[in-house]
Structures are given as structure tokens and as C-alpha cells.
Design a protein around this ligand. Structure first.
Ligand SMILES: NC(=O)c1ccc[n+]([C@@H]2O[C@H](COP(=O)([O-])OP(=O)(O)OC[C@H]3O[C@@H](n4cnc5c(N)ncnc54)[C@H](O)[C@@H]3O)[C@@H](O)[C@H]2O)c1
Ligand SMILES: [Zn+2]
Length: 405
């Protein structure tokens, strides 16, 4: 038996934020990030709509990008004091993910972070509150997914919490919120979405329910992402839907080792002055992982379907895979994303000498490979991978060298 889970309601289209007016309950806590939602007036609007619906409203603001375990615990304390019956998470993937984890801790105050990270091991939620997610970036699709990514800064590792219990009850996909994104965020979150669709399509857990969502979002992203990056607001709006469809696919089909590697490299070089931003990490690693996975004939066939769907040409699976890799690398160029960690500057743009020194990378390589293999996303990758192969693959992602194994 296979389960396919999505939010009960999804409001989309310009002005969809207004759906908050129809919510029923007593107390709503709005969890949000560092200020973009306030600055652009969306937070005030959300508060006003909820008050119009008769709610007492409290704010939990300032959730940082790549949220920490500490922030989750603080947010849960605020919820325990306020006792909301609705949790409204608003912003990018970071505040929404943090709010999902806070929700678990609010419902089960004694649960530890380690217990939360047991894959598909979360006890039933919704005894105290329901959850609404309102996304302001076009990539993570956390508004419809069963995942939350929390960083343990003591270990320098991102941990995915995965369970359909944390799939939100309501998702609001209002493109007005995405129109204020700066270009770099459009690029990173957009390539995150592309990675979600492609990994979902070739995942060992893909089904007839997830395939159409994955394929359709791939062609939408192919059609709209670069133009959205260059300022076309109609394309920006379409991308907000595309990333959400990608999320519906991967929440139910799971992901693969592009994400395992992104999770385990994102924060591990933070002591050298920066993060490798999630979407940029995916964009750099995706072509390498496709080359690795395509050595498995079934995966090559499915990458071939993707290339056909994108009308990239090619007669054999091998040619189609090559064309797909070339196309994705060209997208990275168009979006000003580097091809490898060596050239990844602290500002995320390509440069000759990136912020991760070679000796530091090599010193940490083995541990990163072990952690990546242990990541929750590795199990559904279409080709099995050993620690030794993972080290080789990570080296290709550092130096931008050919994957020939
Ligand atoms: N839960 C999932 O299924 C899932 C999937 C992929 C990634 N993630 C996680 O999500 C996080 C990344 O989320 P993200 O890429 O959405 O970015 P983010 O939430 O970290 O936000 C990045 C920055 O953009 C700003 N911002 C957000 N929306 C804006 C807007 N509309 N206009 C202007 N500025 C805006 C934020 O204030 C912040 O400074 C990572 O921690 C990643 O691991 C989660
Ligand atoms: Zn992702």
C-alpha cells in the first residue's frame, strides 16, 4: 500500500491570502522570518484578515534562514504560553519549516529533537492546533510537503523531519508574495524546485500519482524560471505554482542523493564564513548526480523521458541524458550559479577561488560522505551508492570533473 497525502485545502492565485478571513478558531500564532513579510505589508494584511475572522493573534518573528533547533524550542515555548488553535507559518522555507517543528513540540512538549527526526515516526498532531503555510519563495514547496529541515549547528548538519503528520492542513500559494523576491533568491529557489521534480521523477518511490506532477512542473520551470529571474512577473507567478506542483510530487515520491549531499554540505563549512545555499547546492550537484544515476538503465530511461518531455532531442537514452545535463548546466549559467563548490563564492556567485578551501574540503570529505549516505533522502535514490563512490561524486562536485564511475 502506498500513501499520497496533500493539504486538505490549497488556495492559489493572486490575492489568495484573503482565504485567512474564512478560518475558524480562537487564537492564531503567525510564525515568520526576518522581516520581508512585514516590510512588504503581507504580515499586516494577514493579521487584519485573521482579526476580521475573530481571532486573537500573536506573532513569532525573526526565524532565521536555515532555522536552528534552538529557534524551534523557543517557538514551541511561545506556543505553549499562547495556546493557539491555528499555527500560520508565513515566509520562505525556513520559517515554515521551523513552525512545523515547533508544532510537533507544542503538541508533544516532552518530545526530543532526536525523536522528531525518526523518519515517519511523528505521533498524531492536530490535538491542539491546525497548520496553515503561506509561502513567499518559489522553491521548497514546504507549504504542501511532509518535510521540515532543521539545522543542528553544534553538529553542522541539516536534519530532515519527515512525516505526513506535518503536511499542512491548508496551503496558501499567493504569487503576490513571491513578486518581492530578489533575483538571487529566485534563482536558488527555482533550481531547488527543478531538483525536486527531477529527483521525484526518478525516485524509486515514484508512482502514477506523482509522475504527472513531476513532469508538468519540469516543463513549467524550463519555460518560466530564467524569464522570472530576469524580471517577468507573469512568469514569476507561474513559477509559484510550478514549485508547488513539484512539492506535491516529491512529498509523495521522495527525493534522492542531490538532496542528501546538499543537506550535508550546506552548513558544514559555516566556520569558513558562509553556507552553501540549499538551492545553489542542488543546482551544482544535480548534473553530476544525473551522470552517476544514469549508469543504472532504468534511471537512464526515466531521465530520457524527462529530456523528451522538455523536447531536448537525442535518439538514445545516453544522448538524451547528455542533453539534459547540458541544458541544466546552461540554466545555471543563465542564473549566475556556479558549477562546483570550488568556484562557489561566499556571496553564492561564481568566482575563481570559492569560500571552501580545497584542504578543508578534502579533510571533511569522508565524514560528509558518511553523513550524506545516512540522509533520509538516500534510500529512494535510483542507484545505490557506497561511501567510496559518494566521496568520488562529492569530489566531482568540488572540482567540476566528469563522473565516469
Ligand atoms: N520542507 C521542505 O520540504 C524543504 C524543501 C527544500 C528546502 N527546504 C529548506 O528550506 C530552507 C530554504 O528556504 P527558502 O529557499 O525558501 O529561503 P528562506 O526561507 O531561508 O529565505 C531566504 C531569505 O529570503 C528572504 N525572503 C523570503 N521571501 C521573500 C520575499 N518574498 N521577498 C523578499 N525576501 C524574501 C528571507 O527573509 C530570507 O532572508 C532551507 O533550510 C532548506 O533546507 C525545505
Ligand atoms: Zn530542496
Amino acid at each position: 500500500m502506498t500513501r499520497f497525502t496533500l493539504p486538505r485545502d490549497l488556495y492559489h492565485g493572486k490575492g489568495a491570502l484573503e482565504a485567512l478571513k474564512s478560518f475558524e478558531g480562537k487564537r492564531a500564532i503567525i510564525c515568520t522570518g526576518g522581516g520581508s513579510m512585514k516590510k512588504f505589508g503581507f504580515l499586516d494584511k494577514a493579521v487584519a484578515y485573521l482579526k476580521e475572522a475573530g481571532f486573537e493573534v500573536e506573532l513569532f518573528e525573526g526565524i532565521e534562514p536555515d532555522p536552528s533547533v534552538d529557534t524551534v524550542m523557543r517557538g514551541a515555548d511561545a506556543m505553549l504560553k499562547f495556546q493557539p488553535d491555528w499555527i500560520i507559518a508565513m515566509g520562505g522555507g525556513s520559517p515554515i519549516d521551523a513552525a512545523k517543528a515547533m508544532w510537533i513540540k507544542y503538541e508533544y512538549p516532552d518530545i526530543t529533537f532526536e525523536e522528531m527526526c525518526k523518519v515517519f515516526g511523528i505521533p498524531s498532531l492536530r490535538k491542539k492546533a491546525k497548520f496553515c503555510a503561506i509561502s513567499s519563495t518559489s522553491g521548497t514547496a514546504t507549504e504542501v510537503t511532509a518535510f521540515s529541515i532543521i539545522t543542528d549547528y553544534n553538529k553542522g548538519i541539516k536534519y530532515p523531519i519527515a512525516d505526513f503528520e506535518i503536511t499542512p492542513d491548508v496551503a496558501i500559494v499567493d504569487p503576490d508574495l513571491a513578486e518581492t523576491m530578489p533575483k538571487k533568491l529566485v534563482a536558488h529557489t527555482g533550481m531547488d524546485a527543478m531538483t525536486h521534480s527531477i529527483e521525484a521523477y526518478v525516485s524509486t518511490a515514484h508512482t502514477d500519482y506523482t509522475d504527472p506532477l513531476a513532469l508538468h512542473s519540469i516543463v513549467m520551470i524550463q519555460r518560466d524560471l530564467v524569464d522570472s529571474y530576469n524580471g517577468d512577473m507573469e512568469k514569476r507567478d507561474a513559477m509559484h505554482n510550478a514549485q508547488c506542483l513539484a512539492g506535491m510530487a516529491f512529498s509523495n515520491a521522495l527525493l534522492g542523493i542531490v538532496h542528501s549531499m546538499a543537506h550535508k554540505t550546506g552548513a558544514v563549512f559555516a566556520d569558513h564564513g558562509a553556507h552553501i545555499i540549499h538551492g545553489a547546492a542542488n543546482a551544482m550537484y544535480l548534473p553530476k548526480v544525473i551522470a552517476f544515476n544514469a549508469k543504472e538503465p532504468e534511471a537512464a530511461k526515466r531521465y530520457g523521458h524527462i529530456a523528451d518531455y522538455m523536447r531536448l532531442g537525442g535518439n538514445t537514452d545516453e544522448e538524451k541524458v547528455k542533453n539534459l545535463i547540458a541544458y541544466l548546466r546552461k540554466m545555471n549559467d543563465d542564473l549566475n550559479i556556479p558549477h562546483c563548490i570550488k568556484n562557489y563564492g561566499a556571496d553564492s556567485y561564481p568566482c575563481d577561488q570559492g569560500f571552501v578551501p580545497e584542504e578543508v574540503f578534502l579533510e571533511r570529505l569522508h565524514d560528509i560522505a558518511v553523513n550524506a549516505i545516512g540522509d533520509a533522502c538516500t534510500g529512494s535514490n535510483p542507484r545505490k551508492i557506497s561511501v567510496e563512490e559518494m566521496e568520488k561524486l562529492l569530489k566531482c562536485c568540488y572540482y567540476d570533473t566528469e563522473v565516469d564511475f
